[in-house]
Design a binder for this molecule. Structure first.
Ligand code: NAP
Length: 339
């Protein structure tokens, strides 16, 4: 992405609002907050070999279901446009990771991988979730280049690329069932590859998948590698019981082995659900159990996981933060708490 501001290790920064994360939720929160004169700072992430600022959309080729783009748009182009829109209203952007937070103090304290220390009146956590990948040869390359490997059937399954082909789905949970069933709308055939001999999925979802004539289950099977240079051609699979390996021709691979919310850096300072996603203080709101700390996007959402829903909760978080600050922020909370 480039364009991050110069890094400085100067004195502690004092900010009204810090937004952590740079997917649709983070940028939308920044656009709303900047237009409300909150002068937000975004920590967009430092980037690494497998993580790039911009969130999961940076791994998505064509986005066809985001309203407003009748001809579609690529994920990276879309995130660049979100980022530019946030910058246009004065958002300050740092290409750094937040590695530590202290929500026991006020203002809230945030530290980055570059040693920057920020004190913030309000914070929006929009760090997203990552699809888990198999980590086998060929997978990452073809996922990055739009060569037919994806972790989201709802996002990518309807693309012409996948039409009428034999597609593989890996996983044995509800996501894998849902993705396999969804893909039967487009695919010639769906191979559902699972490493054990029974599904983890709910009974009703498993039954639906098993009853679908277009779905063939490959039990006790793991993917060893993904073949194809520019486009996926097939998979090397192994039988976990006999150890036997063979090649299977497929025109697409959908990895559906779960997601992981990026909530580890919070070090238990926000209330989380059992699966690691942030638990909003009230249903349908973005405020967390810590006053002045809000959460938006996939880090609070293990259900919809869409760019449009993430952008929606990013907007909500900015509005809630703005109102919280306008109504006296922590002082009001303390007064209410003391009453
Ligand atoms: P999940 O329930 O954790 O299932 C992950 C599946 O992937 C498991 O079958 C697991 O195998 C397999 N797996 C994990 N790592 C693997 C690896 N490295 N290689 C091969 N296979 C691997 O995840 P999920 O399906 O995404 O569901 C997450 C939550 O969302 C669940 O609570 C689910 O009920 C819910 N959900 C609900 C719906 C719905 O109701 N419509 C739809 C989607 C998700 P093992 O079984 O052997 O561990």
């Amino acid at each position: 992405m480039g364009g991050g501001l110069e890094l400085s290790r100067g004195p502690t920064m004092k900010e009204k609002l810090v937004i952590i994360g740079s997917g649709p939720a983070g940028w939308t929160a920044a656009i709303y907050a900047a237009r409300a004169n909150l002068d937000p700072v975004v920590f967009e992430g430092a980037g690494s070999r497998t993580m790039i600022p911009g969130g999961q959309l940076m791994f998505t080729t064509d986005v066809e279901n985001y309203p407003g783009f009748p001809g579609g748009v690529t994920g990276p182009e879309m995130m660049m446009a979100f980022r530019q829109q946030a910058e246009r209203f004065g958002t300050r952007i740092f290409t750094e990771d937040v590695v530590k937070v202290d929500f026991s103090v006020y203002p809230r304290r945030i530290e980055t991988n570059m040693g920057k220390v920020v004190e913030a009146d309000a914070v929006i956590v929009a760090t997203g979730a990552n699809a888990k990948w198999l980590g086998v040869p060929g997978e990452e390359h073809l996922a990055r280049t739009g060569g037919g490997v994806s972790a989201c059937a709802v996002c990518d399954g309807a693309l012409p690329f996948f039409r009428d082909k034999t597609l593989a789905v890996v996983g044995g949970g509800d996501s894998a069932m849902e993705e396999a069933i969804y893909l039967t709308n487009f695919a010639g055939k769906v191979l559902l590859i699972h490493r054990r001999d029974s599904f983890r999925a709910s009974r009703i979802m498993a039954e639906r998948a098993l009853e679908n004539p277009k779905i063939e289950v490959m039990w006790n099977t793991v993917v060893k590698s993904v073949h194809g240079e520019e486009e996926i051609r097939g998979l090397r699979v192994a039988d976990t019981v006999s150890g036997e390996e063979r090649d299977v021709e497929v025109g697409g691979l959908f990895v559906a082995i779960g997601h992981e919310p990026n909530s580890g850096f919070l070090d238990g300072q926000l209330e989380l659900r059992d699966n690691g996603y942030i638990h909003p203080a009230e249903p349908g709101r973005t405020a967390t159990n810590v006053p002045g700390v809000f959460a938006a996007g996939d880090v609070i959402d293990d259900y919809y996981r869409q760019a449009i829903t993430a952008a929606g909760t990013g907007c909500m978080a900015a509005l809630e933060a703005e109102r919280w600050l306008a109504h006296g922020g922590i002082e009001q909370d303390v007064a209410v708490g003391a009453a």
